[in-house]
Design a protein around this ligand. Structure first.
Ligand SMILES: Cc1cc2nc3c(=O)[nH]c(=O)nc-3n(C[C@H](O)[C@H](O)[C@H](O)COP(=O)(O)OP(=O)(O)OC[C@H]3O[C@@H](n4cnc5c(N)ncnc54)[C@H](O)[C@@H]3O)c2cc1C
Length: 471
C-alpha cells in the first residue's frame, strides 16, 4: 500500500469503529455533519477531502493516530493552527492529525517559562503570558498556531531583541513515527532538538512545547505609519538607511501594499498602493517613542497610528485583514541587502500586479536572530539583512493563478539579492524550496536526523527532508 492510499477504499467499518473506540477525542469522517468545518484550513486555495480527521484530545490520541496511519499506510497531515500556506495540514484521502483541541498552557512567571500544547494559537499564548508581563516572539497575526510557526523558525516583533521563536524553545515532547513519546532539549537528544528548530514538521508530532519568556509590556510603543505612493521610494530608502543603526529593541517591517478600505486611511487612497512602516519597541515606552520617531518622518504620513499600546493589541492589530477562507499565495526569500535597485524592482513589481490584496513585506533581520550561533539550530540564513514575504490574496479563484504567477515573478526578480528561503513563507512544496532554505551542511545534518527518527518518511506533508533511503 502506498503512502497516499485513500482510506475510503480500503478501511472497513470495523477497523474505523475500533479506531474510534480507542480515542478520547473525536473521529470525523466525510459523512459527519462536522466534516466540512473540520476539514477547512486557513488557506482556501487548498480545498482537500481527508478520509479521516482525528481531533486529538491529548497525547494518547496522537500516538493512536500515528500508529493507525502507519499500519494502514495512509498519508499523514499534522495540524495545529491550520495556517500552513502550502496546504501541508490537509490531505486528499489521508488522515489529518488535528491537534487544535489541545489547548493547555502553563506559565511559570517566576521561572519565566511557559509550557503549551500544539493546538494553542498566538492570541491564546500571549493572553496567558501577558498576564505576567511576559512574552516570547510570536506571529504578526494572532490566529496562527504556535507549533508549525515555531518548528519553521518564527519571525515576529521580538525577533531583534529576543531572537526567533525557535531560539526560545527549551524543550519539546514528540511522538515519533514508531509511536514512541520522547522528550528533547539541548541535553536530551540534542540532534532532534537542533532539527526541530527550523526543520519544520519532519521529525514527529510535537505534543508539548516549552519556551523561555521575556519581560515585554504589557504596554509597548508600537503601531503602523502610512505614506502615499508618491513618497514610496523615498520612504523605503529612508527606512533601509535607518535599519543600519536601529537598536535591537526596535523590530520593524516595511510593507508595500494596496490600501484596504479601513477608516484610518483616507478614502482617496483606498485601493491604491501605499507604504506602511510598522514596528514594536521591546523596552520602556518613552525610549520606544524616541527610537521610533525617525520612522514617522520619512515623508508626510497619510496616517500615523504609532503610540503606546498593549503588546497583545499589537499582536492582533492585523487579524481583521487576514481572516481565513480566501485564496492565498505567499512566497518568501531572505535578502542580503536592499540597494536602491532592489527597492525600485519591488515598487515596479507591485505596480505590475493585479491581485485585490498584494503585499510585499520587508522584515528587518539582524539583532539576536543574527548573533545566535549560526549552526545552533536548523534555521538558516541568520545573516539575512531582510526577509521578504511576497503575498497575493483574493477572495475567490477568479484570477488567482495569475496573481500567484505575479508572486512567483516577483520572487524571481529579487534573485540578485536572495540568499535563500524560509520554509514558513512559501506556498509551494518542492525539493528546490527545501534546498534553498538550508545550506548543504545543514541539509545533510537534517537528513541524518530524519533517517534516525522517520526513516520511512511517514511525515512527508511538509517542506520535506527526504530520508536517504527514499530518494
Ligand atoms: C496569516 C498568516 C500570518 C503569518 N505570519 C507569520 C509571521 O509573522 N512570522 C512567521 O514566521 N510566519 C508567519 N506565517 C507562517 C506560519 O509560520 C506558518 O504558516 C506555520 O506553519 C503556521 O503554523 P500552524 O500551526 O498555524 O499551521 P498548521 O497548518 O497547523 O501546520 C503547518 C505545518 O507545520 C507542521 N506542524 C504543525 N504542528 C505540528 C506539530 N505539533 N508537530 C509537528 N509538526 C507540526 C506540519 O508540517 C504542518 O503541516 C503566517 C501565516 C499566515 C497564514
Amino acid at each position: 500500500m502506498t503512502a497516499t492510499t485513500n482510506a475510503r477504499d480500503v478501511l472497513g467499518e470495523a477497523t474505523l469503529g475500533e479506531l474510534e473506540a480507542t480515542l478520547r477525542g473525536q473521529l470525523v469522517r466525510p459523512a459527519d455533519p462536522a466534516y466540512d468545518q473540520a476539514r477547512a484550513v486557513w488557506n482556501a486555495a487548498h480545498d482537500r477531502r481527508p478520509a479521516l480527521i482525528v481531533r486529538c484530545a491529548a497525547t494518547a490520541d496522537v500516538i493512536r493516530a500515528v500508529e493507525f496511519a502507519r499500519s494502514e499506510g495512509l498519508q499523514v497531515a499534522v495540524r495545529g493552527g491550520a495556517h500552513s500556506i502550502a496546504g501541508f495540514s490537509t490531505s486528499d484521502g489521508g488522515v489529518v492529525i488535528d491537534l487544535s483541541p489541545m489547548k493547555g498552557i502553563r506559565v511559570d512567571p517566576a521561572g519565566r517559562r511557559v509550557v503549551a500544547q500544539p493546538g494553542v494559537t498566538w492570541s491564546e499564548l500571549d493572553h496567558e503570558t501577558q498576564a505576567f508581563g511576559l512574552a516570547v516572539t510570536g506571529g504578526l497575526v494572532s490566529s496562527t498556531g504556535i507549533a508549525g510557526f515555531t518548528l519553521g523558525g518564527g519571525i515576529g516583533w521580538l525577533l531583534r531583541k529576543y531572537g526567533l521563536t525557535c531560539d526560545n524553545l527549551l524543550s519539546a515532547d514528540v511522538v515519533t513515527a514508531d509511536g514512541q513519546l520522547i522528550t528533547t532539549s539541548e541535553h536530551e537528544r540534542p540532534d532532534l532538538f537542533w532539527a526541530l528548530r527550523g526543520g519544520g514538521g519532519n521529525f514527529g508530532v510535537v505534543t508539548s512545547l516549552e519556551y523561555r519568556l521575556h519581560p515585554v509590556g504589557p504596554l509597548v510603543f508600537a503601531g503602523p505609519v502610512f505614506y502615499a505612493a508618491a513618497d514610496a521610494a523615498q520612504v523605503l530608502r529612508g527606512w533601509r538607511d535607518l535599519t543600519a543603526t536601529m537598536p535591537d529593541e526596535l523590530t520593524t517591517l516595511a510593507n508595500i501594499l494596496v490600501a484596504p478600505p479601513v477608516p484610518f486611511l483616507p478614502e482617496a487612497v483606498h485601493g491604491q498602493m501605499v507604504v506602511g512602516v510598522l514596528g514594536v519597541y521591546a523596552g520602556p515606552v518613552e525610549d520606544g517613542e524616541r527610537a521610533a520617531q525617525p520612522l514617522r518622518t520619512l515623508a508626510e504620513p497619510i496616517a500615523d497610528l504609532m503610540g503606546p499600546m498593549p503588546y497583545a493589541a499589537m499582536q492582533s492589530l492585523l487579524d481583521p485583514l487576514w481572516t481565513a477562507g480566501a485564496q492565498n499565495h505567499f512566497t518568501g526569500t531572505m535578502l542580503s541587502e536592499l540597494p536602491d535597485e532592489a527597492i525600485e524592482t519591488l515598487l515596479a513589481r507591485h505596480a505590475a500586479g493585479r491581485a485585490p490584496v498584494q503585499e510585499l513585506h520587508l522584515h528587518h533581520g539582524g539583532g539576536v536572530m543574527a548573533t545566535a550561533p549560526s549552526g545552533g539550530t536548523a534555521f538558516a540564513h541568520r545573516d539575512a539583512a531582510y526577509i521578504l514575504n511576497i503575498i497575493a490574496r483574493s477572495p475567490d479563484r477568479e484570477g488567482f493563478d495569475e496573481h500567484a504567477g505575479w508572486a512567483r515573478g516577483t520572487h524571481q526578480a529579487m534573485d540578485p539579492w536572495s540568499i535563500g528561503g524560509y520554509v514558513n513563507f512559501t506556498s509551494e512544496p518542492g525539493q528546490d524550496k527545501v534546498r534553498a532554505s538550508y545550506p548543504p551542511d545543514t541539509y545533510t545534518r537534517l537528513v541524518a536526523v530524519k533517517d534516525r527518527y522517520d526513516p520511512t518518511n511517514l511525515f512527508q506533508l511538509n517542506q520535506n527532508i527526504r530520508p536517504s533511503g527514499r530518494r
